[in-house]
Design a protein around this ligand. Structure first.
Ligand SMILES: *[C@@H]1O[C@H](CO)[C@@H](O)[C@H](O)[C@H]1NC(C)=O
Ligand SMILES: *[C@@H]1O[C@H](CO)[C@@H](O)[C@H](O)[C@H]1NC(C)=O
Ligand SMILES: *[C@@H]1O[C@H](CO)[C@@H](O)[C@H](O)[C@H]1NC(C)=O
Ligand SMILES: *[C@@H]1O[C@H](CO)[C@@H](O)[C@H](O)[C@H]1NC(C)=O
Length: 404
């Protein structure tokens, strides 16, 4: 649930002009402290620091020991690979990063994270945040990459799988040590299974394994796992590892939303069609365009979201007011309602999406566009993964009536 964990900031002392007021405040502060100690002597001063783990300034930096061993997959997600010039969206790159992190867990090695993440320009339009005023909807953030630690909290990730960044002192130390050790320090491997890397002592004793991942995409290394219980990190792992300031912004917005439900409406990229050789347009998700229109959303979510609820909508739909007819039943809210909070924090669309995801996940009822697993609520029954079967788009209501 939405909670604000940070204590209120004390007013700067310069604002307290009156010395008498200062004196009174001091006395009451001492009295309060005394009261608190007597009530809660075991906790001491802990009430003055946030309860959650998010304030990394207060935490001791993670110490890396010389006994640790390291796994390196390269300095860019999915590169070497087909996306070296451009790159994919955040979700796609996260699948790849998650795959690499799982291997590090499997090998009991510290993962060397790329220090930057590539940003795909088509996923970096500013319009999504400002779709209400429409004037700058084609404006983009200029950056083509961002630092990994502006997106993720490395210390938080390290609690599950230890990581260092490839621009850190730790990494330079590992590199120089591995060079001194020569063949006993590092192996550059390609096409060797993770089981071999773990069990063959030729690899398992090395300080550093430099692994060349699949040239298609990093996540292809995890494709052969049919055994679901072998998946060590859930899909939600990286989304919940968001950097402090992103989690703070999400918490503030969630506190303002109060008790709310949420829908993630993927249109944009996912509803694209292409013409077959007869000039008939076809799509990979035949019901998606229909199911993500307000009149169909209305029908679909009725059984999950009672009238009068606050509904947070995250979408890549660019048409202003596209969802506004839903307002007859729900109180609608978008990121754009909270630009006062977001504008000072957000530097690119990946950051915005990270915050939106936290808000989506924090809702009482969260409805995705596609089902990720069996228990998910979704706007459409079309499978998310379909790369082959191009079908005719369906716009009629009939199937909905039958299906519900
Ligand atoms: C994992 O590595 C750490 C040192 O980094 C070691 O202390 C620990 O025993 C290892 N665990 C396993 C299960 O091998
Ligand atoms: C890792 O291996 C690749 C391919 O062999 C090589 O190009 C790269 O320089 C190596 N990187 C490190 C840090 O050893
Ligand atoms: C699935 O993976 C788990 C954990 O790695 C393992 O214990 C189990 O034996 C595997 N099941 C099958 C059918 O391979
Ligand atoms: C968000 O903004 C829209 C359009 O400006 C407005 O209709 C709606 O009431 C706002 N929602 C909230 C929760 O403030």
């Amino acid at each position: 649930m939405a909670t604000i964990n940070k204590p209120l900031k004390p007013k700067p002392l310069s604002k307290l002009r009156s010395p008498i007021l200062t004196l009174i405040l001091c006395i009451s502060a001492i009295a309060l402290l005394y009261l608190f100690f007597s009530l809660n002597s075991t906790d001491g001063f802990s009430f003055s620091s946030p309860k959650s783990t998010r304030n990394s300034v207060d935490k001791p930096k993670r110490q890396h020991t010389i006994h640790e061993k390291y796994l390196y997959w390269g300095n860019r997600i999915d590169c070497p690979g087909k996306h070296c010039d451009s790159c994919e969206g955040l979700g796609h790159q996260e699948s790849s990063l998650r795959c690499a992190l799982e291997e590090a867990m499997f090998l009991n090695r510290t993962f060397v994270m790329p220090s930057r993440m590539c940003i795909n320009p088509i996923h970096n339009k500013k319009g999504i945040l400002h779709h209400s005023d429409n004037s700058n909807s084609e404006e983009r953030w200029a950056e083509s990459s961002c630092s990994m630690d502006s997106l993720y909290d490395m210390d938080l990730i390290s609690e599950t799988v230890p990581v260092i960044l490839d621009n850190s002192k730790d990494w330079y130390r590992v590199l120089s040590t591995s060079m001194k050790l020569g063949a006993r320090g590092v192996a550059h491997v390609e096409g060797i299974s993770r089981v071999d890397l773990k069990e063959n002592s030729h690899y398992s004793n090395l300080l550093l394994i430099n692994r060349t991942a699949s040239p298609l995409s990093w996540f292809m290394e995890c494709k052969d796992r049919n055994n679901r219980s072998a998946i060590a990190l859930p899909y939600s792992f990286l989304p919940t590892m968001a950097a402090d300031r992103l989690r703070d912004a999400a918490d503030k917005i969630m506190a303002l939303l109060g008790d709310y439900d949420s829908i993630h409406v993927r249109r944009g990229d996912k509803i694209k069609t292409r013409n077959d050789r007869f000039g008939v347009s076809r799509t990979l998700h035949p019901h998606l365009d229909r199911d993500t229109r307000p009149e169909f959303i209305f029908h679909r979510i009725e059984k999950w979201v009672p009238p009068g609820r606050t509904l947070f909508i995250a979408s890549n739909e660019k048409t202003p007011g596209f969802f506004s007819t839903l307002a007859v039943r729900y109180k609608l809210a978008y990121s754009s309602n909270y630009s006062m909070i977001l504008d000072p924090v957000i530097e690119n669309n990946y950051e915005l999406f990270m915050i939106e995801r936290l808000i989506l996940m924090g809702a009482k009822t969260f409805i995705r566009t596609f089902k990720e697993d069996d228990t998910d609520l979704s706007l459409t029954d079309d499978p998310k993964k379909n790369t082959k079967s191009w079908q005719l788009p369906v716009y009629t209501m009939d199937e909905v009536e039958q299906g519900s």
